[in-house]
Design a protein around this ligand. Structure first.
Ligand code: FAD
Length: 434
């Protein structure tokens, strides 16, 4: 079987891989030094587009429009970009075995790759209802969304059943974005989730009340406090009915499930130290084994600002961790010292004409400010999280670029709060003054 050698190999061809390639090129890469091995059939792209503009009925985003690094306003890395830079982009190829001790990767076709330095950027996979043995969960018409091939399958299903009925299982950001985009496609949409409100890992009840009210106003039916326990199919094995734990039965032409993800670390089990479900790294994204780095969704890294270690499944971190790892690799080669990663958590989402950003840590007491009435056009509101007398996290709906910059600064600086009442009264003005 064929064996190939590269100085650097990246396993996975998603967001982190694309931004790592950019950084290698920026810092100086010789032709033939870097290979990216990706299961997907296309060059790295900005994955968040898949649950947003990719699913629009008109003016939909399509490749090559959203290849990395357009997400940060950078150069769009088309497949030709990789060949021009002498980077081997090996697509539609899954790595099925990794032997860290012998620095060997094996693909499904049986090709082996040797490397000096490995960057693991395998990202996450979706949690499936069939993982919990939900009856009928393999029926046709039940969709998950992680990769472009799945988004394409969803687009064809939407187009083949115009103005149909969709049930969204899950109330996280995938559920919320998909519910919106299916409504935009003129689908009747019902969302089902067990929690008392949507996005419970980030939203407070006050924040969620706005989005749930807004979604209802757009015609989305929200069913909370129950879960999907089974699916009934028609004679062609297409999903027809979603059965809920509370006994209700919902008709559906399409079901989209967004119940979370899990990092793809399986190839490296027992070979690299793990923590909190991810591959443990230091502040340079170096794993427990020399010359092996892990970036993006799979990495559990020191969150310097909070003095703990975390795994972050967001695009901003995928981009920044990739750049950090490559800078650290290059600095090490040149015998230079380099700063540790100092990440400020940043999450965002967009749906309908809404757009929110969050910076920092959502711990402690949360207070709401602004107008969170879902009936107000272009409502602007936010939330501060206060811990030990300091603002540690800020959420803002409908912020301008300057306002979003101001809330990021607050989360980074963690200013003291002299009076909670004043903070509520000042609202966004508090952030603008910092
Ligand atoms: P990925 O981008 O997932 O890339 C991993 C790549 O590795 C994939 O191409 C995969 O096929 C490949 N791979 C895995 N295993 C192997 C193997 N064994 N061999 C070869 N290749 C392999 N984040 C936000 O902050 N805001 C958003 O609005 C947002 N929206 C999102 C919408 C969707 C639909 C999804 C799925 C995610 C969204 N995210 C969002 C999360 C964000 O996209 C991820 O955090 C980010 O893509 C992580 O980058 P990554 O490179 O670690 O993994």
């Amino acid at each position: 079987m064929a064996e190939k050698f590269f100085k650097y190999v990246i396993v996975g061809g998603g967001v982190a891989a694309g931004y790592a390639a950019r950084e290698f090129v920026k810092l100086g890469l010789k032709s033939g030094e870097l290979a990216i091995i990706s299961k997907e059939a296309v060059a790295p792209y900005e994955r968040p587009a898949l649950s947003k503009a990719y699913l629009f009925p008109e003016g939909a985003a399509r490749l090559p429009g959203f290849h990395v690094c357009v997400g940060i306003g950078g150069e769009r890395q088309l497949p030709e970009w990789y060949s021009e830079k002498g980077i081997e982009l090996i697509l539609s190829t899954e790595v099925v075995k990794a032997e860290i001790a012998s620095k060997t990767l094996t693909t499904a076709e049986g090709t082996t790759f040797k490397y000096d330095t490995l960057i693991i950027a395998t990202g996450s996979t979706v949690i499936k209802l069939s993982d919990f043995g939900v009856q009928g969960a393999d029926a046709k018409g039940i969709f998950y969304l992680r990769e472009i091939a799945e988004a394409d399958a969803l687009v064809s299903a939407i187009q083949s059943k115009p103005e149909g009925t969709a049930v969204i299982v899950g109330g996280g950001y995938i559920g919320l974005e998909l519910a919106a985009v299916l409504r935009i496609n003129k689908y009747k949409v019902k969302m089902v989730y067990p929690e008392p409100w949507c996005m419970p890992r980030l939203f407070t009840a006050d924040i969620a009340a706005f989005y749930e009210g807004y979604y209802r106003g757009k015609g989305v039916e929200i069913i909370k406090g129950t879960v999907a326990t089974g699916f009934v199919t028609d004679e062609h094995e297409n999903v027809k009915i979603v059965k809920l734990k509370d006994g209700r039965e919902l008709e559906a032409d399409i079901v989209v499930v967004g119940v979370g993800g899990r990092p793809l670390t399986g190839l490296f089990k027992g070979q690299l130290e793990e923590e909190k479900g991810g591959i443990k790294t230091d502040g340079f994204f170096k794993t427990s084994v020399p010359d092996v780095y892990a970036v993006g969704d799979v990495a559990t890294f020191p969150m310097k600002i909070y003095g703990d270690i975390r795994r972050v499944e967001h695009v901003d971190h995928a981009r920044k961790s990739a750049a950090q790892a490559v800078q650290a690799i290059k600095a090490k080669e040149e015998g230079k010292s380099f700063e540790e990663y100092d990440y400020l958590p940043y999450f965002y989402s967009r749906s309908f004409d809404l757009s929110w950003q969050f910076y920092g840590d959502n711990v402690g007491e949360a207070i709401i400010f602004g107008d969170n009435n879902p009936a107000t056009p272009k409502a602007k509101f936010g939330s501060y999280w206060i811990k030990d007398g300091r603002v540690v996290g800020v959420f803002l709906e409908n912020g301008t670029p300057e306002e979003n910059k101001a809330i990021a600064k607050v989360a980074r600086l963690k200013p003291l709060v002299e009076s909670k009442e004043e903070l509520i009264k000042d609202g966004l003005a508090f952030a603008s003054k910092i």
